[in-house]
Design a protein around this ligand. Sequence first.
Ligand code: DLL
Length: 432
Amino acid sequence: MFWSKEQECMSREDMTALQLYRLRKTLERVYHQVPFYKQRLDAVGLTPEKVSSLKDLQEIPFTTKEDIRQHYPYGLFAEPMKKIVRVHASSGTTGKPTVVGYTKNDLNTWADLVARVIMMGGGTEEDVAQVAFGYGLFTGAFGLHYGLEKIGTTVVPVSSGNTEKQLMLMKDFGTTILISTPSYALYMAEVAQETGIGKDDLKLRVGLFGAEGSTEEMRSELESRWGILATENYGLSEIMGPGVSGECMHKKGMHFAEDHFIPEIIDPDTGNVLNWGEKGELVITTITKEGFPLLRYRTKDITWLSDETCDCGRTLARMAKVQGRSDDMLIIKGVNVFPSQIESVLMGIEHIGPHYQIIVDKKGFVDTLEVQVELVNGSILEKFSELEKLEATIRHKLYTVLGLEAKVKLVEPKSLERFVGKAKRVIDLRKV
Ligand code: DLL
């Protein structure tokens, strides 16, 4: 199912021409309307007229989150405030948030791009969608909300949290689409089980999950617990919010809205542009945004792109699951570890549940890694030999994948923290 088939199935030639045209327009806009970009472009001797191919994009310096912070709150907006009809912000862990602004046209484009993602994942106007992302400055809920309304889906704007009520509404309102982070969907499934709500009590058939990474194993877990088809979508507030890319029902990578955003993959250390298929940091240039355009924004998200046409017929570049953020990558005893690798190992092992916590610390000069995992059934805690055997199995599997010794601690069911938004599974005590 397509929301905008013509754009989603364009030939590469047409896409390149459209991107170049829109890139030039964006450069003109920012060159004349944002002093920061004028300075940056002047510094490398690039004026909008000089850009004759997409390769020229590589001449443009990167923009970082730090640049946005330094112009807090509105310094990088390309339109006067009277044209800005909405702001959102991402909280960030330290200091001031990153603020983004949308014109009326931006909101319209945003709703269209989210509508694409919803339809790709199987949503229609017949559906009832429960938005269990937090409404507020976060882009997740409002982003999905307007995309759903554009299609004509019935929206239940319940927001995140209050899990028992969510489940009651899901049942009573006949919700067919659940929209949340994968970790919240997992938590909700657990509460559903505890309160005796089964798959058959619900009409749920589709899950649209995003805003954080999750492994294939986590997807399977969610699909079987809820009896749904689960797809994943990706986005970030700086670029727009959700709607940047999303999976279709073939679940083979996220179709990237290339007609609005140009993706590049770079080597995060050297900044060199890599080829299609090579893994690196995703860099995005917006080419239709009015309020808050961004040139070559470093997302820190590690992924790769494919330009093969998907079985669904879409020709848009496909983005692989985010492997992690370059700033989430843990360096433990000199070994690079992404939390997603640990999740992959854990999800395939019997007797343990999908809830875990990663604790990194230092003993003297040596890094330590501890993985705490919840048991499905607490009774095993009394059987010392079984417990030891299970811990050894997990340790061995982690060693095989990470090349690193980890301490494994099995804990009581339901003893680890649950999340209603983005999960925080890593505690790095070395940074405290
Ligand atoms: O999380 C936007 C969003 C909301 C996307 C709802 C999809 C659904 P931020 O709060 O600004 O925006 O966080 C952006 O979240 O750079 C990634 O690191 C991470 N992220 C978002 N989607 C995914 C995903 C929203 N599907 C940051 N897989 C991004 C992995 C994701 N990471």
